[in-house]
Design a protein around this ligand. Structure first.
Ligand code: FAD
Ligand code: SF4
Ligand code: SF4
Length: 484
């Protein structure tokens, strides 16, 4: 009997691809993780114990066929591994890079619980599809037989792109509208290159363009067309616009020059990475170079801001977060990366006011902060932070970046569509059995339905909503029903 290539987790230790040294990372925006060599990927895949009930897949939002493509990788059948991995995901190499695997697939791997360290699923997933791109195995998007119906997708983030790809495969004419000049949503302008190099996103977008999906970039719904105008243009619409209203800090001095929004800062940096001219970067207002930078917040956006500031050549970078390390929402892996790169975390601290010098609101010069302590658990089950009196302190700051998270914009007003139903959080209300909004033939997916979430959930939502739209459109074609 042939030797079993799997179950090697006792003899073969867990090994992630090496990270570049912090000194070299600090100077550029390239990804920090190196690639597996073929043997490394095969060895790591062979650690999988091929569980009958694979909890890794259960906890992957896409329910990827993880044990099967790990086995194919271990057997050196990489092309088949790629084909299988691509059956459930439209962007496996992107998820392999940026999913918080410790909370999803790898965090639920049984050999993690047995103390041997999880299979490095995300890194193997990335390796498989990166190899496929290099070897030319990634197939073009082939549209199904033309159906004579058209679909409009508002928002070219992962939810919109995933849905667009499935709808094109079903044979619809697909038009994607995005207010940005490049597609990709937060993959392009939010997430920095050191987590996800832009070429990886752009080659996915190009594949969709080559497959006949029409992109209308620089097209803002609500400004360039109303929702009703787009409903007239298409047989069905998908709203996948994400969430972009930054949560505010209410503290004196917050209006000072030099107190900026996280996404403005990250977008400017990503634009520079594309080689664009960005006046707000060039004039220094969205540029950390030579500055004492303070980032307020403890989520993944805050982590991306501190690490971007380091790479721009900040004099110092501090992250103020009101809870402690164990109670922060951001990934521990990202905190470790940031610390290695020289970021200082000031746990249990919250801004009380922003000090400024000069005329009018002035220019920020320092943050006055309260020391916090953890009290009783709040509604989310986490211990609520409260001010620890008499322990205020001041940190120097020439640039303060607010990274407290995002809520939904007021879409009914922006779209001129008061009958578009929203929840009390401003996210779109959908019928969960159809994923349709309150408007006939108008569907929704991604962060604009769930609130700020993850790329992998956006892709899953895009896949699900495409199936519902397809069902609805087939029915419409049969009955000749017109959108209301
Ligand atoms: P988005 O990606 O936000 O895309 C929405 C698109 O709609 C945008 O392109 C926008 O321009 C467009 N749009 C909006 N309004 C209009 C309009 N009126 N007209 C036309 N177009 C419009 N998730 C992870 O899994 N891993 C990470 O490491 C990670 N890091 C993150 C870092 C940052 C800084 C941020 C902000 C988020 C991060 N996330 C991460 C979350 C993840 O990016 C989102 O959950 C995901 O992108 C949501 O996808 P979406 O398609 O719903 O929306
Ligand atoms: Fe893990 Fe994300 Fe890949 Fe699923 S998509 S297997 S959660 S890395
Ligand atoms: Fe393999 Fe871990 Fe998944 Fe089990 S849980 S199938 S060991 S990757």
């Amino acid at each position: 009997m042939a030797d079993n290539p799997m179950l090697k987790f006792v003899g073969t230790g867990q090994s992630y691809p090496p990270k570049r040294e912090p000194d070299s990372r600090r100077t550029d925006f390239q990804e920090i993780a190196e690639r597996y060599a073929v043997t490394g990927a095969e060895e790591q895949a062979s650690r999988c114990s091929q569980c009958g009930v694979p909890y890794c897949s259960v906890h992957c939002p896409l329910h990827n066929h993880i044990p099967d493509w790990l086995r194919l990788t271990a057997e050196g059948r990489l092309r088949e591994a790629y084909q299988l991995s691509n059956m459930t995901s439209t962007m496996p190499e992107i998820c392999g890079r940026i999913c918080p695997q410790d909370r999803l697939c790898e965090g639920n791997c049984v050999i993690e619980f047995s103390g041997h360290g999880a299979v490095t699923i995300g890194s193997v997933e990335k390796f498989i599809t990166d190899t496929a791109w290099e070897k030319g195995w990634v197939e073009p998007l082939v549209p199904g037989p033309e159906r004579g119906q058209s679909v409009g997708v508002i928002g070219a983030g992962p939810a919109g792109l995933a849905a667009a790809e499935y709808m094109r495969r079903y044979g619809y004419s697909v038009h994607v509208y995005d207010r940005h000049d490049r597609a990709g949503g937060l993959l392009t302008y939010g997430i920095p290159g050191f987590k996800l190099e832009k070429e990886v996103v752009m080659r996915r977008v190009q594949r969709l363009k080559d497959g006949g999906i029409v992109f209308h970039e620089g097209f803002e719904v609500g400004h360039d067309a109303t929702l009703d105008e787009l409903r007239d243009r298409h047989d069905a619409l998908l709203i996948a616009t994400g969430v972009y209203k930054p949560r505010a800090i209410k503290a004196p001095g917050v209006g000072a020059e030099g107190v900026v929004e996280s996404l403005d800062f990250l977008t400017a940096s990503n634009r520079k990475g594309f080689g664009d001219t960005v006046p707000a970067f060039e004039n220094g207002s969205l540029n950390a170079s030579g500055k004492h930078v303070v980032v307020v917040g403890g989520g993944d956006t805050a982590m991306d801001c501190v690490r971007t500031a380091v790479r721009q050549g900040a004099k110092s970078v501090k992250c103020l977060y009101r809870r402690d390390r164990d109670n922060m929402p951001g990934s521990q892996r990202e905190v470790a990366n940031a610390e290695e790169e020289g970021v200082e975390f000031v746990w249990l601290s919250a801004p009380q006011s922003f000090e400024a010098t000069g005329e009018g609101a002035g220019t920020v010069s320092a943050v006055r902060a309260s020391r916090m302590r953890l009290g009783t658990p709040d509604a989310s089950g986490r211990r609520a932070p409260e001010v620890d009196p008499g322990k205020d302190f001041t940190v120097d700051a020439d640039l303060v970046i607010k990274a407290l998270g995002f809520d939904a914009e007021d879409l009914p007003t922006l779209f001129g569509s008061s009958d578009l139903g929203v929840t009390r959080w401003g996210t779109l209300r959908v019928d969960h059995s159809t994923l349709m909004t309150s408007l006939d033939g108008v569907f929704a997916a991604g962060d604009i339905v769930r609130g700020a979430s993850l790329v992998v959930w956006a892709i899953r939502d895009g896949r699900d909503v495409a199936e519902h739209m397809h069902g609805w459109l087939k029915q419409k074609a049969k009955t000749g029903r017109k959108a209301a």
